[in-house]
Write a protein of this length. Structure first.
Length: 80
């Protein structure tokens, strides 16, 4: 059994209002020195077998089809 992590983030050129709201709130909460925050999503996909090339290709297809919006988001995969 393997676990593949899919991290989804807005593309750098897309505005991130949630990240901006968090960044503005941090100084009020006593956290100084943070210049920016970007908010994203994390998915953990558990596989029956090993995380070989075929399985990773399948997870990549899942991410492209369902987990991320490729117009405004990028994603990365890594095996845990």
């Amino acid at each position: 059994m393997a676990r593949v992590i899919v991290d989804v983030m807005l593309k750098p050129e897309i505005l991130d209002p949630q990240g901006q709201a968090i960044a503005r709130a941090l100084p009020r909460l006593g956290f100084d020195g943070v210049t920016g925050v970007r908010q994203g999503k994390r998915f953990e996909v558990e596989l029956e077998g090993p995380a070989d090339e075929a399985a990773l290709a399948e997870v990549r297809k899942i991410a492209e089809t369902l987990l991320a919006n490729p117009v405004i988001e990028d994603f990365t995969l890594h095996v845990e």
